[in-house]
Design a protein around this ligand. Structure first.
Ligand SMILES: [Zn+2]
Length: 286
């Protein structure tokens, strides 16, 4: 594993490469991939755990490597149009995103990307294998990639960060993320590697503690939204303006759109549970 800057804090990430007797595989290609030599450039295959700009930032250096992506994310890897639907932001934000990811993330689409499914299995030779476990939520096609021998699970953007889960894109899903956070415990693994921040975790107890703190961010966000609505009924736009994910002092192109998608999903959950209701465009707690 090659640690990105600041332990792979976004915009960078951690690069995992796996060498079998016949095949060298890269899991994703974060920005740090741009600083690597043959250890990356000899890769025959890139398996993307999911599609986002920060996981494709070294693909331009591997034009001849095969690229495999879960079938639910593959269109996002194949074209800008697919990527734009994947993000699902407004047209102006998307236009800005395209320029930004081309400049900062060396973004190039991969029309040759091939789909894989849950349970996909790669034999790299010499007894080294990789298996995909579909773990949707962050994106619809997000997967954990488990290497044997060793039970090493690359869990990507189930990144166990203090920020918590990100489900602010069109194909993200809060409901799926909740199921994934429960299911990821059962993936047979002894070592866990995240794309950002945490890097390598070698103790199951540490992994479970970090996972539980990560999952608790969902409840903290829900509680913050519910508290706000108890004080004052609000429109979705007002909630987005208030911000529940990103500090007000910071701004990035996509923050408002990601806030909207995130808050909307919490409101849907609260409504489905009979706890919140929308009247004349304003949300309030019941
Ligand atoms: Zn991501």
């Amino acid at each position: 594993m090659f640690l990105g800057e600041k332990s792979g804090k976004y915009p960078d990430g951690n690069q995992v490469v796996v060498r079998g007797a016949d095949t060298l595989v890269a899991f994703d290609t974060p920005l740090v991939a741009n600083r690597l030599g043959r250890e990356l450039l000899d890769a025959d295959l890139v398996i993307l755990g999911h599609v986002h700009e920060d996981h494709m930032a070294g693909l331009h250096r591997l034009p001849r490597a095969r690229v495999h992506v879960h079938e639910a994310d593959v269109e996002a890897a194949r074209s800008w149009e697919g990527m734009a639907r994947h993000y699902g932001y407004g047209p102006q934000v998307l236009a800005g995103m395209r320029t930004m990811i081309e400049e900062k993330f060396h973004y190039v689409p991969r029309p040759d990307a091939q789909p894989y499914r849950d349970g996909a299995f790669w034999d790299l030779g010499g007894g080294v294998t990789v298996r995909a476990f579909h773990t949707p939520g962050h994106t619809r096609g997000h997967c954990a990639l488990v290497v044997e021998p060793g039970g090493i699970a690359f869990i990507g953007d189930i990144d166990l960060s203090s920020f918590g889960p990100y489900y602010g894109d069109a194909t993200s899903s809060l409901a799926q993320f909740r199921r994934t956070l429960a299911a990821v415990k059962d993936i047979p693994a002894k070592v866990w590697i995240t794309s950002h921040h945490k890097g390598v975790i070698t103790e199951r107890a540490t992994f479970l503690a970090l996972l539980s703190a990560f999952a608790a961010r969902l409840d903290a966000r829900e509680a913050a939204i519910a508290d706000y609505l108890r004080r004052q009924p609000a429109t979705l736009a007002e909630l987005v303006e208030h911000r529940f994910l990103y500090p007000k002092a910071l701004d990035d192109l996509y923050y408002s759109d990601a806030e909207r998608r995130t808050i909307e999903q919490h409101l849907e959950e609260l409504a489905a549970a009979g706890r919140a209701v929308q009247e004349h465009g304003r949300w309030r707690m019941r």
